[in-house]
Design a protein. Sequence first.
Lengths: 560, 133
Amino acid sequence: MSKLFDGKAIEEIDRRKEGWQKEAYDPQKELDKTFETLSGVPVEPLYTPAHNARMDYLNDLGFPGQEPYVRGVHPTMYRGRTWTIRQLAGFGPPEETNKRYKFLLKEGATGINGVFDYPTLRGFDSTEPYARADAGRGGVAIDTLEDMSILFDGIPIDKVSSSLVTCQPICNISVQSMYFANAMMRGIPLDMLTGTSQNDFLMETAITVAPELLPPKFSFKLSCDAIEFCTKHVPRWNPISFAGYNYREAGCTADQEIAFVIANAIACSEELIRRGLDIDSFAPRLSFFLSSHNDFFEEIAKYRAARRIWFRIMKERFKAKNPRSLTFRFHVQTAGVALTAQQPLNNISRAAYHGLAAVLGGAQSVHIDGYDEALCTPTELSSLTALRTNQILQLETRVTNTIDPLGGSYFVEALTNKLEEKTSELLEKIDQIGGIVKATENGWIHKEISNSAYEYQLAIESVKMPIVGVNCYRMEDEELPIQLFEVPATLLIQEKKLKTIMKERDTSKAKGALDEISRCCDEDRNLMEVIVEGVKNRITEGEISNTLKGVYGTWNPPLF
Amino acid sequence: MGKKKTMRILIAKPGLDGHDRGAKVVARALSNAGMEVIYAGLHQTPVQIVNAAIDEDVDAVGLSILSGAHKTIFPKIMTLLEEKGISDILIFGGGTIPKKDRGELKSLGVGEIFSTGTDTRDIVDYLDRTLTR
């Protein structure tokens, strides 16, 4: 036992605080507003040891790199190694994005964070009817293995770690396979590769829906196939990054964000154990992707609570033993949804606060948003400014000097406990429904998110949630002070490459590869095993997706 | 105010980007303001959207576009409507559509384009004003 405060002292503090409130605080005027966090947790005027009366230091907080990991996942945290600066980049054809990657690496980015265009994310080739208008938008267009080799041309993928934002499993199963196949063709053994892929089935079925979705249980299967493949062949790769960031962007509150990623991770763990894997063979590589939104302290408390919840679930529910299985490791992107199209330069300060919260919360890698992201894909200037903001945070502010500097703050500890409690309640509810896949199939998750998104909008419109430049301090007839990004021509370039490939490739080999994928679905084997080999026969992402849809069918999600 | 016909509005999210938060929030706000709202859901190609607008006999179609594809999608929809001889359906939109592109869209006959950060009550007012004229 290592209780921080003794009962007598707490009673005295409580008694005196009541006196202070009555005599000193209450007679003063409070501003006419509701004091609560962005996710609706009421916030009191002052926090004292009484809010943490039962805190047991060793059991509840411990030390960095040790159970329960609340204070950080590494013993040295940023004193040993600073967070990875992983700025998202991707647009147009792979030839153009390759240049941006090289630019960011030259300017000091320490990892690649590659985002794919909408057709690629949804499993379509650039030339398909649904896809044509969106080719090259929101990310880089990848149709075949050849595109992948152009994208990473001249980049030492045996040394630089790559995060592939292959959000949807239907995209990941092809694009991730192309990344691995490209490494094999460059003579780099798969066990040397380091990186992360997103691969989250909720992204496909609940967060950002598009036509021709795979049914949730098959999307979930593809996600687990990739985890299983990496566990066996690419041991240093994080095969999934549960995309809480995107759940938040779609409308979730802070507690929903961490509850849903953890529920998703629980489902994956159960499935992989069912397939015969040991929890400690794959759990060390499960990683998380979270948002950093406007409520500074709530975000910090969220990261700390997530570490404690994950530790307890892994230890108690799954009996994990490897310390790495017990640690909640996460990447943060600053909240795009918090950026404004109005007075866009203000977004530089917003994203800097978001980045600071991520780092005070112990993030392993951080992307800071460009100031123009509410208007367009970031320009070179806005990408560079975001990169520099990240570097200023790392090098100038000295927040890296000590570990978990807000640990022990009466407020932050109380809020951490509160978020843990709210998240645990949601996790219980999901367990009652029968797990996250069921909660998706029956639309519960869609409804939760949609309700939160609507409440958020009402809070803005009632000015309960002030947003500078939007519902206060507006400027009429504002002149846009920035240049907007124009996506380079993509469709024609991709179309030409696809035509050449169709003409030149060995048709029977391509057909054989697709047939093998179809057989693999029927026999319920691991799809990544065959797709990594299949893509070498120059089959396209769209062909692979169509084969999968041919066997699994498609699904219409519930709409709220 | 005299009794008037309930407005029917189709809200659609064309393209593949999947950022449907805004479209759904607007759909709910219009519905709460007493309009009949049809959310087009996964019917996302211009052809599907125009067909749905005709089948549902709507007064207006709101398109939410965040991918940057507005300069492809709006003209396509306007052309399809023209080909079908339809001129009494108001097309309006919103999303990440830069101010500088709005003039071009309006010259095609598109109505108001609402930027990110718009109050949903402004959209309700606009539809009230425009459709009851």
